[in-house]
Design a protein around this ligand. Structure first.
Ligand SMILES: *Cc1c(COP(=O)(O)O)cnc(C)c1O
Length: 421
C-alpha cells in the first residue's frame, strides 16, 4: 500500500458484519474465561489486553497505523509529545547515563533534557547539528547511550541530517531517536535514513485540528540492543518473572519494554476516545500535508519579497541554508511552518501580530487553521534580546503556521498586517 492508502486502511481491519469505522472501546478492563489466561497475560506469554493503562483495542489500532506509516515494527501512544520524549529516553537510560542531543530542538524538550532529566541523574550534552562528525564524536562518553534530534526543528526550521547522525550513533553502538513531529511520515520517514526510534507530538499535524494533546513512540526494530551496552534488554526483568526483552520479543524488544515496563509504571497512556479522534486526523494526514506545503511555499515567497521582512526561514526558498538537504529528506515539501523576522524588531513584530485578522495568535503550531506565535513575547519571554539572538531567535521573529485556508486569503491577511507596521 502507498502511504495515502495506509492512512485510511492500516491498523483496523473489520471482519464480516463489523463496524466500518474504528470502534471506541471505552473500557478499562477485559474479561477472560480463566485465571490461567490472565496469569499468562501477566507473564507476557499470551497476547491480549489486560488493563487500559498498558493497551486498549482502539489505541492499538492507531498504534498499528502509525507504525505502518513510519515503517516500524510497533508503536506506543502516549498522552503527550513530552511523555513520548521522556519514555523514549527512560526506556534506554537510567541515572548515571548520558546522551547527546542536537541543540536545535523544541524548547519543551530542551527543558526536559537539560533540567528535569538532570534531576533524574541523566545527563545530556547538546551539540550543534551543523558540526563536523569529528566535533560531534568528541561529545561521546563511556556512558553515552543515545543520540536525539528533530527532523524539522521548532522554531528554527533547521533540518536535521538524519543519515549523518545515524552513522555517528551506530559507530558508537547507540540508537538514534528522531522527533518527526513537523515532517510527519508523509514528508519524511526517518527510519529509511537510519533512525532507530521515531517519536511525535501527535498534538500537531497528526491530530491536526487543535483538539487534543498526544504523542507516540515508534520502534524501527533495527537497533541491536544485545551489543553489550544495554543490560536492561538482555538481563532478566524481575518485575516480569525474569523476562528477557531481547530474547522474548526479538526485534520488538524496545517497544515491548516501553509498554509493559515503562508505561505500566509511569501511566501516560491515552484513552480510547483520544485514539479515535487521533485516527480521524491520521485518515486525512496525507492530503493535508501536501496542501500545507503548497500554501506555505507561496506564503514564504510572498514574505521573502516584502521590504518589512528581514529574513524568511523556509527550505523551499532557493537562498535557504537547508534548500539542498531538504530535497533529500523532504522531497514533497517542508510542512506549513515558516519563521520570519520583522525588520522593525520586537515592537513591530507585536504590531504585525496584533493586526492579523484571519491568522490566530495562539500557543500552538501545525494546525488546520493559520496561526502565529511571537517567541520573544511568549515562549522565550524570559530572555533578553542578546540571549534571544544566542538561541537563534531574533526579537522580531514570528513563527507562522500556514493552515488550509485558501492561500490568497492568508496572504491578504499578512499583507494588511505588514502594511499596518
Ligand atoms: C509540541 C512539540 C513537542 C511536545 O509535544 P506536546 O504534545 O505538546 O507534549 C515535542 N516536539 C515537538 C517538535 C513539538 O512541536
Amino acid at each position: 500500500m502507498k502511504i495515502e492508502t495506509k492512512c485510511l486502511h492500516e491498523g483496523y481491519h473489520p471482519r464480516n458484519g463489523e463496524p466500518r469505522a474504528l470502534p471506541i472501546y471505552q473500557s478499562t478492563t477485559y474479561t477472560y474465561d480463566s485465571t490461567d489466561h490472565i496469569g499468562k497475560l501477566f507473564d507476557l506469554t499470551a497476547e491480549g489486553h489486560m488493563y487500559s493503562r498498558i493497551s486498549n483495542p482502539t489505541v492499538d489500532a492507531v498504534e498499528k497505523k502509525i507504525a505502518a506509516l513510519e515503517g516500524g515494527v510497533g508503536a506506543l501512544c502516549t498522552t503527550s509529545g513530552q511523555a513520548a520524549s521522556l519514555i523514549s529516553i527512560l526506556n534506554i537510560l537510567k541515572a548515571g547515563d548520558h546522551f547527546i542531543s542536537a541543540s536545535t530542538i523544541y524548547g519543551g524538550t530542551i527543558n526536559l533534557f537539560a533540567v528535569t532529566l538532570k534531576r533524574f541523574g541523566i545527563e545530556c550534552t547538546f551539540v550543534d547539528s551543523e558540526a563536523s562528525e569529528e566535533e560531534i564524536q568528541k561529545a561521546f562518553k563511556e556512558n553515552t547511550k543515545a543520540v536525539f534530534g528533530e527532523t524539522i526543528a521548532n522554531p528554527a526550521i533547521a533540518i536535521f541530517d538524519i543519515e549523518k547522525f545515524a552513522n555517528i550513533a551506530h559507530k558508537n553502538n547507540v540508537p538514534l531517536i528522531v522527533d518527526n513531529t513537523f515532517a510527519t511520515p508523509i514528508l519524511c520517514r526517518p527510519i529509511e535514513f537510519g533512525a532507530d526510534i521515531v517519536i511525535h507530538s501527535t498534538t500537531k499535524y497528526m491530530d491536526g485540528h487543535a483538539i487534543q494533546v498526544g504523542g507516540v513512540i515508534v520502534d524501527s526494530g533495527n537497533f541491536d540492543f544485545t551489543n553489550g551496552k544495554f543490560p536492561e534488554f538482555t538481563e532478566p526483568d524481575e518485575s516480569y518473572h525474569g523476562v528477557i526483552y531481547s530474547e522474548n520479543f526479538g526485534r520488538a524488544a524496545y517497544i515491548t519494554k516501553a509498554r509493559v515496563q515503562m508505561m505500566r509504571d509511569l501511566g501516560a497512556y491515552p484513552g480510547a476516545n483520544a485514539a479515535f479522534l487521533l485516527n480521524l486526523g491520521l485518515e486525512t494526514l496525507a492530503v493535508r500535508m501536501e496542501k500545507y506545503c503548497r500554501n506555505a511555499e507561496k506564503v514564504a515567497e510572498f514574505l521573502n519579497e516584502s521590504e518589512k521582512v528581514e529574513f524568511v526561514n523556509y527550505p523551499s526558498l532557493e537562498d535557504n541554508k537547508y534548500h539542498e538537504i531538504s530535497k533529500k529528506y523532504l522531497p514533497l515539501g517542508s510542512s506549513g511552518v515558516i519563521s520570519f523576522s520583522i525588520r522593525g524588531g520586537r515592537e513591530d513584530a507585536v504590531k504585525f501580530m496584533d493586526s492579523l485578522k484571519l491568522a490566530s495568535n495562539v500557543v500552538h503550531v501545525a494546525d488546520i487553521r493559520t496561526c502565529v506565535l511571537h517567541p520573544a513575547s511568549s515562549t522565550h519571554r524570559q530572555l533578553t534580546d542578546s540571549q534571544l539572538i544566542a538561541a537563534g531567535i531574533t526579537p522580531g521573529l514570528v513563527r507562522l503556521s500556514v493552515g488550509l485556508e485558501n492561500v490568497d486569503d492568508i496572504i491578504f491577511d499578512i499583507r494588511n498586517a505588514l502594511e499596518n507596521i
